[in-house]
Write a protein that binds this ligand. Sequence first.
Ligand code: SF4
Length: 201
Amino acid sequence: MAVLINFKICDNAKECGGIGVCPTNALSWDEENKTIKIDNEKCISCGACERECPIGAIIVTKTEEEYKRKEEEIKNDPRTIKDLFVDRYGSVIISDFFKIEEKDINDKIKNNNLTLIEIYNPDEAECLLKSIPIKDLTKGLPKDTMFYKIESNHLLEKYKINELPALLVFKKEKYLGHIEGYYTIDKIDEVIIKLNKIINN
Ligand code: SF4
C-alpha cells in the first residue's frame, strides 16, 4: 500500500488537494522543509488523493511491484513543471495570445495559408499535462500556420460539431473540416494523421 508523487510535475504546494482528502494523514505538509510529506505506513491505497490531483502527479499503487514500476516511470519522465505552462489542445487557455472571439474569425483566417481554430469549453477543460501541447500539434505544419482558441457554443451548429474541444481547419479562408473530441498526449500521432488528411484532401 503506497503512494508516490511525481515531483517533476507537482507544484508541491501546501494547498495540495491530495493532502486535503487523505483520510489517514498519509499525505501531509512538512512546514519545515516546505514539501508534501508521504508516510506510506499510513496509506491504505484508497485512491482519493490520486483522483484529486488535476495533473496526475499523485500515483497510488497496490503492490510492491507496481510501486517499483511507477518509481521507474517517474525517474524516466522527461516532463518538467514548466510543461504546465504550455498551451494545449483541449485544455484551459494559458496565454491570451491564442484567444480570439467569434467576431474575429473572418479577420484571422484572411490572408493566412493555414489557420487552426480550437473551440474549447472551459467547464470541461481536461488535465493540462495529459493534453497535447499546441507546439507539438503544429510542429509538422507550414511555419506560417496560425493557431487560435475560441470559447463559443454558437459555432457548434454551424460546423456540425457534436463534441468539444473541436479543431477547425481553414486554408486561405476556406473551411476544410474539423477534428472533434479530447485527445490525450499519447494520441498525438492519431490527431496529426487526421489533421493532415483534412489539410491534404
Ligand atoms: S491513497 Fe488514500 S490513504 Fe493513501 S495517501 Fe492517498 S488519500 Fe491517503
